[in-house]
Design a protein around this ligand. Structure first.
Ligand SMILES: O=C(O)CCC(=O)C(=O)O
Ligand SMILES: [Fe+2]
Length: 321
């Protein structure tokens, strides 16, 4: 019988732990494990799960006063203390990547180094994970051997992020199957103007987007109008997203608007970092392939080093160093 690939288990106490460490430090931590995680990912504590279950305290505010814009702004979704705890936990416990790839830009081969740390978990709607953690057809339950799952193996959303996902689904009435995480270590990290309007998300996708940590501006601008008769260009909107805020982007937003997190300069560069979590629903296998390609890639795994206070390359066998 093959060994279970997904195990929600109790992590073994670390072998290098000194004998005189407190009982609290020696307490086993419950983790989600998977063959395609570089390391086990701890569960949130019971008190964090309880705090999440009490969010949001207030309904989201609709923002639909611009053409084709359809947002629900939870300002905030979580309390400030929960947002801080989530930020600290996720930065320390998730594997991150600095993905590099080549594209043709204005006809010229260009090497892109993604200007932020990224990670992703999930699987499109055509499949689900079986209890060995492998993709099976969502309706027949038969193992799926698809080239789109070969280069990067899909991996399930760990229990910690799944508890935030469930609360988000209940609060919005939307269903999600992917969780993308961005870590902007400082003001020099950014995401340029884009729309999340890929075909693999279907028409009018709903995307829930959380902000944790430093406040950063979220800019929105209407896509260029196709003809002069379409009216004057809509103005750029600036949402100064704070820790614990969540925006649900829905309806015609992705097909008509671009969004970005611009770089910050001068005294605003060192801001302590910001984490963005998005929950989305991919409906085809191209979505799975695309998300792992651009958010995990084939490069080095990094993990937060709380002493050096930066991401450090992570190597198997070095866990307790
Ligand atoms: O960091 C953010 O708020 C935006 C992230 C984003 O737009 C994306 O990951 O597609
Ligand atoms: Fe986006």
């Amino acid at each position: 019988m093959s060994q279970k690939r997904t195990l929600d288990s109790f992590f073994q106490p670390q072998s290098k732990r000194k004998k005189d460490e407190s009982d609290a430090a020696a307490k086993p931590i419950k983790t989600t494990q998977h063959n395609d995680y570089p390391f086990p990912i701890p569960y949130f504590s019971e008190s964090l799960v309880q705090d999440i279950s009490e969010c949001p305290r207030k309904a989201g505010k609709p923002m639909n006063n611009e053409p084709d814009l359809d947002l629900l702004y939870f300002q905030p979704f979580t309390t400030a203390s929960l947002a801080k705890a989530l930020f600290t936990f996720l930065r320390a416990e998730l594997p991150f990547y600095r993905v590099e790839y080549n594209i043709k830009r204005a006809g010229i081969d260009t090497h892109i180094i993604t200007p932020r740390w990224t990670t992703v978990f999930g699987l499109d709607d055509t499949c689900r994970f079986d209890d060995e953690g492998l993709p099976v057809d969502a309706t027949t339950g038969v193992r799926v051997d698809d080239k789109r799952y070969k280069k990067y193996h899909p991996r399930p959303i760990p229990d910690c992020l799944a508890s935030l996902q469930r609360r988000t689904e209940d609060a919005t009435g939307c269903k999600f199957n992917f969780c993308l995480v961005n870590y902007y270590a400082s003001g020099t990290d950014s995401i340029s103007y884009h729309s999340d309007d890929e075909r693999f998300l279907g028409q009018d996708p709903a995307i829930a987007s959380f902000s944790l940590g430093a406040q950063r501006d979220f800019l929105l601008k209407h896509k260029p109008q196709t003809s002069l008769t379409d009216g004057p260009p809509a103005k750029t909107l600036k949402l100064p997203l704070g820790s614990g805020d969540m925006i649900l982007m829905k309806g015609k937003t992705q097909s008509n608007w671009l969004h970005s997190i611009p770089k910050r300069t001068g005294k605003n560069v060192e801001d302590g970092g910001r984490i963005n979590i998005t929950f989305r629903k991919a409906i085809t296998r191209e979505g799975t392939e695309n998300y792992y390609n651009y958010n995990v890639g084939v490069g080095t795994v990094y993990k937060w080093d709380s002493i050096a206070r930066e991401m450090k390359p992570w190597k198997r066998g070095n866990e307790n160093a």
